[in-house]
Design a protein around this ligand. Sequence first.
Ligand SMILES: O=P(O)(O)OC[C@H]1O[C@H](OP(=O)(O)OP(=O)(O)O)[C@H](O)[C@@H]1O
Ligand SMILES: NC(=O)CC[C@H](N)C(=O)O
Ligand SMILES: [Mg+2]
Length: 495
Amino acid sequence: MCGIVGIVGKSDVNLQLYDALTLLQHRGQDAAGIVTCDRDRLNQQKANGLVRDVFRARHMQRLAGNFGIGHVRYPTAGSSGPALAQPFYVNSPYGIAMAHNGNLTNVREVVEEIYLQDLRHINTDSDSEVLLNVFAHELHKQHKLQPKAEDIFTAMKAVHKRVRGGYACVALIVGYGIVAFRDPHGIRPLVYGKRETDKGTEYMVASESVALDVLGYTLVRDVAPGEAIYIELDGTVHSEICAEDTSLNPCIFEHVYFARPDSIMDGVSVHKARLRQGEHLAAKILRERPDHDIDVVIPIPDSARTAGQTVAHNLGVKFREGMVKNRYIGRTFIMPGQKQRKKSVRQKLNAIELEFRGKNVLLVDDSIVRGTTCKQIIQMAREAGAAKVYFASAAPAVKYPNVYGIDMPSAQELVAHGRTTEEICEEIGADWLIYQDLEDLVECSAEGNEKIDQFDCSVFDGNYITGDVDDEYLEQLHASRNDEAKNEKGNETSL
Ligand SMILES: O=P(O)(O)OC[C@H]1O[C@H](OP(=O)(O)OP(=O)(O)O)[C@H](O)[C@@H]1O
Ligand SMILES: NC(=O)CC[C@H](N)C(=O)O
Ligand SMILES: [Mg+2]
């Protein structure tokens, strides 16, 4: 679930890109990168690490230019080494850099095709490098010294025919501008906005609207499924739907966990969706246990804070922030290895005994994926003296791998895979476990929003909207990306 940003500005955009990436940091903690264009020269800085560690003052000075793109990476393909940090770059045609959020599902075939038909070399095992090369090849085929919007859109149409999966991207074309595009199913999010300055209008494209908000841009709209938006350096904006059979199927896990609550995606306020998740969860709790003995609701920070509040309110019990989060530890779930994840849950969260001792506590989390967090938290709650520890998940049981840009490649690593709710409850050591129903979760995000055709709920129901994901694909994914396989890959690079 990487974060991407692109800006066509009226003066240097380096600082804006940096700020935007810090606002998107929650989408990827492994690597960060910025590419800017100053006349006909690209400037680049990318490396492993958080935004604040990757960019030093000397890099920022070097990143001159009125337009540029940036990326924060959470690896879902290939290793987590520095060679796979984004944006990626190809020199022909024109010089193109690209930042990608998502995952291609037919990357194997495309890599072969790129080599055999397009005579292009892919140097890493990143699907994003593949996507960039397909785009570059199709643009090259237009054979224009100066590409026009129609040439870019023709190339885009060919790209959508060749690749499958989830992808939201920004591409910078040296000397011309920025192209933003979204996959035909609209799985991954992408918005664009503008702001007025003394020198004229500036444009920003970003994974989440929070980046627009904070930097003073007004949200214009979401990029539509299959749409490409080309923003020229003079601020002219062109757009066209470049794919056939488009439909809007945004990933519902964005609303559960990934996105910041202050973002609006495809017209859905993430904050509102999470408040509703808490309401529906409370209703289910009251249906299943009308005479519950819950004394206090404690959310697991950060992501469950919003839903936790409405659970408590609708149950009519106290809401207490009884788990304190170390603000210097990042997100656990998006860390690459299980050892690292386990260690950081304990470093990240600590219980306030006062809120637990002798009480029946209901811990609320947004989701249970591998079970790393809840197992340790339940243990901590018991050590803090809780009488009973109940656990509620604002999302249904995560049972299936994700193939569109979330690193859940292996069903076997999911605590709910092949287990009943009772068995999961036993496995995580809770006294009672309750999950949100999928229809309720969908309702929380869909309410009042008619433009969404359907949500991508594949991690909950195993339905893969692109239609190309079968058992063989999932087996290959498991073999190449389970925790052990990733450990072996480590940080290797292809350079
Ligand atoms: O079952 P698991 O595999 O542990 O995954 C689920 C947990 O991971 C996430 O938290 P994370 O620490 O990543 O981020 P947060 O601070 O935004 O909640 C999520 O909010 C759950 O707490
Ligand atoms: N999470 C993502 O969006 C990852 C993008 C790309 N598949 C990578 O691994 O770099
Ligand atoms: Mg969490």
